[in-house]
Design a protein around this ligand. Structure first.
Ligand code: PLP
Length: 408
């Protein structure tokens, strides 16, 4: 095959997509365009372009107009993410929730208010759908009940796989079949396009909380929907009208995050698989959830007190969110899924004893030592008592001394 026609591999795209024009511009790093507005002396031409954008969500090749319509740095991230997901295009938003909001508004504007959704979803997504705050109406069901739950006026089927926080997996191809002509939205935040590209299974919309793995360093909030150009136009119209835009600095950081996404996800997944194996063999752990497709997330239920584990970790940060280079642990019933009614939460498999661990890039033995200590020692009666937390003391200069473990 002519080598110029050979499609580039995923890892190559992760590094180069959205950056193809840089060399011709005489640049190596992507430029950050912070302009809110752009000079244009031809207001007749601008009128036609604004009409095109507002009515049809179409971006032409001309210079940018105003930051809420689009930004060149953000567009680089959108191009790159679309390439990795295999979609025509992508539309970025200020957060994952802003992205989901835009999808719902697009369907509501088309007169399709009804959503069929599979639990569990991320707590705030569940909350948004359950509250119907945007005027949508939801039917909750299992994957097998989707076809039956669809009715005239259903505009969307929504699923997460692996799901937050239980890591439950849904067979996407079968679900697409059940959806018929109703678009399926797959929240691919946990899998990332490294492990799963829902478009290949027939999903029409792929959503990410870019805050998590795409950014990857816990320092940027963002959301994105990867989809076909037709749906993207509707999303751009909503973004233009409601203003949930991604900041250009965030666009830059997300583009940079994509370059290392395959390496980060594969390295953290290998560590997570090993930790999941050790947790599953541990008598203090009653159940371990680890997806068939792999990944860097582990959910596990413990015999003891989950709050004691959260208070007991030292190397792992006790915090909500996920997908960072450093490991995070949280108690879904207290934080990420607190906004879901306790009965619904438990019915969706979110046990009160469930902990959710986002595995980072630390050494596996250091992570295991931390978890092992935080899980506590079983007392003779089988009751678990966690070892008091080992908080790293700060010195007067603010430089933390090496912990005994790190000094080992
Ligand atoms: C965090 C998260 C969201 C929400 O994203 P934000 O960027 O926090 O708004 C949506 N879906 C999943 C699976 C998440 O983990």
């Amino acid at each position: 095959m002519d080598d110029t026609l050979r499609p580039r591999a995923f890892a190559t795209e992760a590094v180069h997509a959205g950056r193809e024009d840089l060399a011709a511009l005489g640049l190596h790093a992507a430029p950050i365009d912070l302009s809110t507005t752009y000079p244009s002396a031809d207001s007749r031409a601008e009128a036609a372009r604004v009409d095109l954008f507002a009515a049809h969500g179409v971006v032409d090749d001309g210079p940018p107009v105003y930051g809420r319509l689009g930004n060149p740095t953000v567009a680089r991230f959108e191009t790159a993410l679309a390439r990795l997901e295999g979609t025509d295009t992508a539309v970025a938003f200020a957060s994952g929730m802003a992205a989901l909001t835009a999808v719902l508004l697009v369907r509501i504007a088309a007169g399709l208010r009804h959503v069929v959704a599979v639990r569990p979803l991320y707590g705030c997504s569940d909350h948004l759908l359950t509250a119907g705050a945007l005027g949508s109406e939801v039917t909750w069901t299992g994957p097998a009940g989707v076809a039956e739950a669809i009715r005239p006026g259903t505009g969307l089927v929504m699923v997460e796989s692996p799901a937050n926080p239980t890591l439950a997996e849904v067979e996407l191809r079968a679900l697409v079949h059940a959806c018929g002509s109703v678009p399926l939205l797959v929240d691919n935040t946990f899998a990332t396009p490294v492990l799963q590209r829902p478009l290949e299974s027939g999903a029409r919309l792929v959503l990410h909380s870019a805050t998590k793995y795409l950014g990857g360093h816990g320092d940027v909030l963002g959301g994105v929907v990867a989809c076909d150009e037709l749906f993207a136009r509707e999303l751009r119209k909503v973004r233009f009208a409601t203003g949930g835009v991604l900041h250009p600095l965030a666009g830059y950081l997300l583009l940079r995050g994509l370059a290392t996404l395959p390496v980060r996800v594969r390295a953290a997944s290998a560590t997570a698989a090993e930790l999941a194996r050790r947790l599953a063999a541990d008598p203090r752990v009653t159940r371990v959830h680890y997806p068939r497709i792999g990944g860097a997330m582990i959910a596990f239920e413990i015999a003891g007190d989950p709050h004691a584990v959260i208070a007991g970790v030292d190397l792992v940060t006790p915090a909500v969110s996920l997908g960072s280079v450093d490991s995070l642990i949280q108690h879904p019933a207290s934080i990420s899924h607190r906004v879901v009614a306790a009965g619904d939460r438990r019915a969706a498999g979110v046990d009160d004893k469930l902990l959710r661990l986002s595995v980072g890039l630390e050494d596996v033995e250091d992570l295991w030592a931390d978890l092992d200590r935080a899980l506590g020692t079983p007392s003779p009666g089988g009751h678990l008592s966690a070892v008091p937390p080992l908080r790293t003391p700060r010195t007067a200069t603010g430089t933390p001394p090496l912990s005994p473990r790190a000094a080992r």
